[in-house]
Design a protein. Structure first.
Ligand code: ATP
Ligand code: MG
Lengths: 287, 267
């Protein structure tokens, strides 16, 4: 009770600071009662947004004239890409399979590792603050690494090829899924857990029967979502030598064979879209 | 059956007995002050009182979800405070608990929820893979039948009404064959009609299976109508304890407003 009051006062103080500058509008009812309507903060936020945008444009040297000048060249390139070289298709299959294999294996490994770590990082289940913060720190660290850099490092360590790509995807998946999962675990209903303890279950039994059924569908859904991302991401990993379609893409660009490139992109497009459809369907079923 | 015969003969101890029980929470707040209470096997007792009076605390001390600070609390002849680990869990098997918010796994089916009552007695691998044998499944279905929702056995709990969910919770509790049921505001989140139905379920269970029931409730009228005995709690102390039929309006006012010093503490 007391705490709530103090909290309320604090909030009022904060409000006053803004409202002292922008006086609230006073609305008077017919019966003479008045109510203060605080001024909207929206104009201030908009102003800040515009300033940031202006600053970004300045910094990146964004210039419309460059786009118009190169427009013809862009059209020419796009035209070629949209006329894929069908004879190139057989050469796409193997790297494509590599890419898919890499994503599947990487996703599975990453997700398997993510489950126990997510459980250990959930503050409602693991009461040990030190362990919780340790794992969250590690997860934060992993997520700051861009996938491409991760793949490059893996390619350096494990030499070029699909193995490096798989390791990179595993690490990436691990970071993302563990983070999404522990956030979901923290919102589960702990009531059933309490009920299990009250009927004589030990901590493991209570967790397994009361929490896991709630976590499992979320876990599978996150894993599928990450798999979608990985298919897209792993296509690019070949760029840094981690195997798969990326190598072919790099090669075609190098040869200026834009029709071939078109074929590669078309295949990738079809695969990505169908996997996304499939995964979305599964995820809907899970919820 | 044999159990009840022995307690009948011995008559040496009550089912639940509080002796000078105090409960102070870790933050220093004393929620129970000098509670003395005896509840016999098969009684159906309502605990009434304002929010924060200590009703939940009383229930949670009985199955040791909370520790008592001083005094002794014996349940079926066992000093609850001495129980630890495995013994405590075994003790909890015979004390069922019902919650205001049902505490079911809402995305599991009714029967799955009822089956979880078997988990404490199963080995690691059966728990891990959720393997229940035919006997257990039949037993769970029987428990659902006892509260009249056998037809909903394979329905997901989030598709059941509040009253039906509370019945599933009741079935889960019956499935552990308890001697005592503690119910913490079991009808607080139900509409008046469902609240009555669930109260009737409690009465039936109390009479048919001779299970001791202790329930917290905010609706005095329901308490008076369905329970045998009423205990009024105010600021951590018992201010009324007697048969539901004998409580007067003044005594109820006393439990809730407490204008006078209570005199009805002991009987
Ligand atoms: N874990 C806790 N730590 C500290 N104080 C607590 C704790 N749980 C309950 N209390 C306090 O103990 C007192 C009794 O709480 P209790 O939950 O038993 O009340 P209640 O009678 O069940 O109330 P309600 O009708 O609102 O459920 C309250 O003042 C409450 O603030
Ligand atoms: Mg309560």
């Amino acid at each position: 009770m007391k705490q709530k009051e103090i909290h309320g006062e604090e909030e009022q103080l904060k409000v006053k600071l803004f409202d002292r500058i922008f006086k609230p509008q006073v609305i008077t009812l017919p019966n003479g009662k008045t109510v203060d309507r605080p001024r909207s903060r929206m104009p201030l936020i908009l102003l800040a947004l515009i300033l940031v945008l202006y600053w970004a444009l300045q910094m990146t040297g964004f210039d419309l004239s460059v786009i118009t000048a190169r427009f013809a060249k862009m059209l020419d390139l796009l035209k070629k890409i949209f006329q894929p070289d069908w004879t190139f298709f057989p050469k796409v299959i193997n790297p494509l399979l590599d890419t898919i294999k890499m994503s599947i294996l990487g996703t599975v490994i990453g997700c398997l590792l993510a489950l126990p770590v997510a459980i250990l990082s959930s503050s409602n289940i693991n009461k040990n603050v030190a362990i919780v913060s340790f794992f969250r720190f590690i997860l934060g660290l992993i997520r700051t690494l861009p996938t491409l850099i991760l793949a490059q490092v893996c390619a350096l360590i494990f030499s070029l090829g699909t193995f490096a790509g798989t390791v990179a995807i595993s690490i990436f998946t691990f970071g993302i899924v563990a983070k999404m999962l522990f956030e979901s675990i923290e919102t589960i209903d702990m009531g059933p857990f309490e009920a299990m303890e009250a009927l004589g279950a030990d901590k493991f039994q209570a967790f397994w029967s009361a929490c896991v059924p709630q976590i499992l569908p979320v876990y599978l859904s996150h894993s599928l979502y990450c798999f979608e991302m990985n298919i897209r991401a792993s296509a690019i990993l070949g760029y840094v030598g981690a195997g798969g379609l990326g190598i072919t893409i790099n090669e075609r660009v190098g040869w200026r064979d834009y029709n071939g490139l078109g074929m590669v992109l078309l295949t990738l497009f079809v695969v990505v879209v169908s996997i996304e459809f499939f995964s979305e369907y599964l995820r809907k079923k899970l919820s | 059956m044999i159990d009840s015969c022995i307690t009948e003969k011995e008559k040496s101890h009550s089912m639940i007995e509080f002796k000078n029980v105090y409960k102070t929470y870790p933050n220093g707040f004393t929620a129970l002050k000098d509670i003395n209470l005896q509840i016999e096997q098969g009684e159906f007792v309502a605990v009434i009182g304002l929010s924060g009076a200590g009703k939940s605390t009383i229930l949670r001390c009985i199955n040791r979800m909370h520790d008592v600070t001083s005094g002794t609390l014996t349940v079926d002849g066992v000093d609850v405070n001495t129980l630890k680990g495995k013994e405590l869990r075994k003790f909890r098997r015979k004390v069922g608990m019902i919650f205001q918010s049902f505490n079911l796994v809402s995305r599991s089916t009714a029967i799955k929820n009822v089956l979880t009552a078997e988990v404490p007695e199963m080995n690691f691998f059966r728990v891990l893979f959720g393997i229940f044998n035919k006997e257990q499944k039949l037993h769970a279905l029987e428990s659902l039948d006892k509260v009249g929702i056998l037809s909903k056995a394979y329905t997901r709990c989030d598709q059941l009404s509040g009253g039906q969910q509370q019945r599933v919770a009741l079935a889960r509790t019956l499935n552990q064959n308890p001697q005592i049921i503690l119910a913490d505001e079991p009808v607080a989140s139900l509409d008046p009609i469902m609240a009555r139905q669930v109260m009737k379920d409690f009465v039936r269970i109390n009479k048919d299976y001779n299970i001791t029931i202790l329930l917290n409730i905010h609706h005095v009228d329901l308490a008076l109508q369905y329970c045998d005995r009423v205990i009024g709690v105010r600021e951590g102390q018992i201010v009324f304890d007697g048969p539901a039929g004998t409580i007067t309006q003044e005594q109820i006012d006393e439990v809730y407003n407490g204008t006078k010093v209570p005199t009805l503490g002991e009987e």
